[in-house]
Design a binder for this molecule. Structure first.
Ligand SMILES: Cc1cc2nc3c(=O)[nH]c(=O)nc-3n(C[C@H](O)[C@H](O)[C@H](O)COP(=O)(O)OP(=O)(O)OC[C@H]3O[C@@H](n4cnc5c(N)ncnc54)[C@H](O)[C@@H]3O)c2cc1C
Length: 563
């Protein structure tokens, strides 16, 4: 059943066995997996079925350095489906090394093993509609995938790992009918949780306060509560709920909101490939089931260990769109159309220097002079992206000169000073907004810088091509600062630890010291990996559902115990 919280009578107490807060991919996966237990599941989602400016305003907040991090109401969506209403659909599992305690990375190491997550990736692939769980380029498509650079056999990089693409599936749209028809699942939309109410001794959550958009308020009691509100709102609610736990729930050791990681990612350098243009393949291959798959150039674990680096991947990319010297019509057409592209996707198209009149003119000339390829590109985009159910994942354009750039996506290492805290502004329910103080460190820059140099060396040694920084790139740190925190990936703010001194949640994602409060989502990840987070968020949600399924069948519910 799906209802609006505006229909709940003021001051009512709504009951459920399990209450999940947040209807993004984590919350929806949990709700539908837990439906199998037969227990009553209540999903509270702040947004509605469609985005609304009033609800989206609840995501607003402050940013310490706006050159490095986007405003918090960007890259987040208050709507059923959460971030998947605008995500790119790139699905990549974490690597075994991500779970290790790596002596060269402070605060690394998960209290659970890779295997404990890996066994849920197949289910996560299904939820994300990313095809079968096969991430090896030699096996993922019929006959194997084409090499990125023909003849390139690097020592320190693996080119056989791939990323697979979801439709991209909007969890709100795709699973709405199942949420509606599951007899024991009740979804309340426009239901913003404003406070967690702990028992007097702090050992459990008795209830949560909820406000609807029309300002009626009510509370929810449940045996178990799960926060699945994304990596910024989860710490906000924990910190805000400070009436029993001074300083906020789970925050006895001042860890909530700390270790905030995004990814260090962007577009870098200039790669001139030797030889024929058909020696390069930077596009997608199709799996038998129609899933788009793409190879990456991944820094091997041995190289990470020997050079003291984080995890990182590179992808071959077209030249940077903003620079008209690429002379490529379709790229210039995208540049010219930037005002029609959403903030989240346009941000990386524009340069930090406002384009001059001459730049606009040169882009215009590119689009006209190269009009046959511009027209071909627009037709392909309309057919394979706009009108397709499974959408072509990104702009792939073969540059006219064999000149490419590199997309990089690197791990950001955990740093306690990088944090989400409470700011001075308040939202319309009177709750303090968040303050984002995202910081990168020396090791983050080195991961990109040293792996870039290593790749450049291997490409030169094997006479594949010449990779260098682009003419306007002074050094790698300038590039890291130019691209800033990767939007949409909010990691580590309620980290999993082996004890309360090192984490907010335990290996079962339960908040230390609070018996019935769990967290789902990337806020629990102690480290960020090279991988985009959602596949692992969903795998961890499946894992949590299995744990909670055991908990609710073993422990009598409060209602059962009373009767
Ligand atoms: C432009 C963009 C592109 C992306 N591309 C990719 C990609 O290609 N691959 C990838 O892996 N990831 C990608 N992501 C990230 C992905 O969207 C997130 O990892 C994912 O949505 C997180 O899921 P979640 O359920 O943990 O949180 P969310 O999706 O943020 O969902 C949280 C939900 O909780 C609700 N909520 C918040 N506060 C409250 C409250 N107080 N009470 C009730 N409900 C509340 C919100 O309204 C929201 O619906 C992208 C993100 C963006 C923005």
């Amino acid at each position: 059943m799906i209802q609006s919280a505006n229909d709940i009578v003021c001051d009512t107490v709504v009951q459920a066995n399990i209450c999940i807060v947040g209807g993004g991919p984590a919350g929806i996966t949990l709700a539908l997996e837990l439906a199998k237990t037969g227990k009553s599941i209540l999903l509270l989602e702040s947004g509605g079925e469609m985005p609304s400016a009033d609800t989206q305003a609840l995501n607003a907040g402050e940013v310490a350095d706006e050159r490095l991090h986007s405003p918090p109401d960007r890259y987040r969506q208050r709507v059923l489906g959460g971030g998947t209403s605008i995500w790119g659909g790139r699905c990549v599992p974490f690597d075994p090394i991500d779970f290790n305690n790596r002596p060269w990375i402070d605060h690394s190491g998960w209290p659970i093993s890779y295997d404990e997550v890996e066994r849920h990736y197949a289910a996560a692939n299904t939820w994300c509609e990313a095809g079968e769980y096969e991430y090896d380029a030699r096996l993922a498509t019929p006959g194997g995938m084409r090499p990125v650079l023909r003849g390139f056999a690097p020592l320190h990089f693996d080119t056989n790992g791939i990323e697979r693409f979801s439709c991209p599936t909007n969890f709100g749209d795709r699973y709405r009918a199942r949420l509606r028809s599951a007899p024991n699942v009740r979804v309340l939309l426009s239901a913003t949780v404003t406070r967690l109410r702990a028992a007097r001794d702090g050992s459990r959550i008795d209830s949560v306060d909820v406000r609807a958009t029309q300002d009626n308020s009510f509370s929810v009691t449940a045996d178990q509560f799960v926060l699945a509100m994304g990596g910024m709102e989860t710490p906000r609610l924990l910190l805000t709920s400070d009436d029993v736990h001074a300083g906020g729930i789970g925050n006895a050791n001042d860890l909530v909101g700390r270790f905030y990681m995004c990814h260090i990612a962007g577009t870098i350098g200039s790669l001139r490939v030797n030889g024929a243009s058909d020696a390069v393949w930077h596009g997608y291959d199709l799996a038998a089931d129609g899933t788009y798959c793409r190879r990456r150039i991944a820094l091997r674990p041995t190289a990470q260990a020997s050079m003291g680096l984080g995890n990182a991947v590179f992808r071959l990319h077209h030249p940077r769109i903003a620079d008209p010297r690429h002379g490529t019509g379709p790229l210039s057409a995208i540049f010219l159309a930037q005002r029609f592209i959403s903030y989240e996707y346009a941000k990386r198209l524009v340069s930090d220097v406002p384009p001059s009149y001459r730049t606009w003119l040169r882009h215009g000339m590119n689009a006209v002079i190269d009009s046959p390829s511009t027209a071909r590109f627009l037709f392909h985009w309309l057919k394979a992206r706009t009108l397709a159910d499974r959408k072509f994942p990104s702009v792939i354009i073969r540059p006219r000169t064999n000149l490419f750039s590199l997309d990089f996506h690197a791990e950001q290492v955990p740093n306690p000073d990088s944090r989400i805290g409470l700011g001075s502004g308040v939202d319309r329910f009177g709750n303090r907004q968040i303050r984002v103080d995202w910081r990168y460190g020396r090791q983050d820059v080195e991961t990109v810088a040293k792996s870039f140099d290593l790749l450049s060396q291997e490409l030169a040694d094997q006479s594949i091509g010449r990779l260098s920084l682009a003419s306007d790139e002074i050094d790698i740190e300038t590039v890291v600062r130019r691209d800033g925190a990767y939007g949409g990936h909010h990691i580590g703010t309620a980290r999993m630890g082996s004890g309360a001194r090192s984490g907010v949640v335990d290996r079962d994602c339960k908040v230390f010291g609070v018996n019935n409060l769990y967290v789902a989502g990337s806020s629990t990840f102690p480290t960020s990996s090279q991988a985009n987070p959602t596949l692992t968020i969903v795998a961890m949600a499946v894992r949590l559902a299995k744990h909670l399924g055991r908990v609710v069948t073993q422990v009598p519910s409060i209602q059962e115990a009373v009767s």
